[in-house]
Design a protein around this ligand. Structure first.
Ligand code: ZN
Ligand code: ZN
Ligand code: ZN
Length: 102
């Protein structure tokens, strides 16, 4: 099973940078779902949104890990490993993840 080697880069003290996609808010644009960068707290829109700012943030910064910012969702995604990870039974961002290939 593949594992993500980037989990130790997560900054557990990050706070979301905005209430919505930072770039879309500036553009006055809309989004479908939001992703939170776990390295710096950037909030961007998902790949179902037309602007795909979360992915653009990864390409600009190489920050590999995002978490879903949707209510009731707390899965993680690693852009480098292309892995979706569900939180384990422990505390969020504990590093104890159940990894599920996409
Ligand atoms: Zn990774
Ligand atoms: Zn956006
Ligand atoms: Zn970031």
């Amino acid at each position: 099973m593949m594992t993500c080697t980037h989990l130790d880069q997560i900054d557990r003290s990050v706070t979301p940078s905005a209430d919505g996609c930072e770039e879309c808010l500036k553009l006055g644009d809309t989004w479908i779902h939001l992703r939170l960068c776990l390295i710096c707290g950037h909030v961007g829109c998902c790949d179902s949104s037309k602007n795909k700012h979360a992915t653009a943030h990864f390409h600009a910064t190489r920050h590999p890990l995002v978490q879903s910012a949707e209510p009731g969702e707390d899965w993680l995604y690693c852009y480098v490993d292309e892995l979706t990870m569900e939180p384990g039974t422990g505390a969020l961002w504990s590093g104890d993840w159940h990894v599920t290939p996409r």
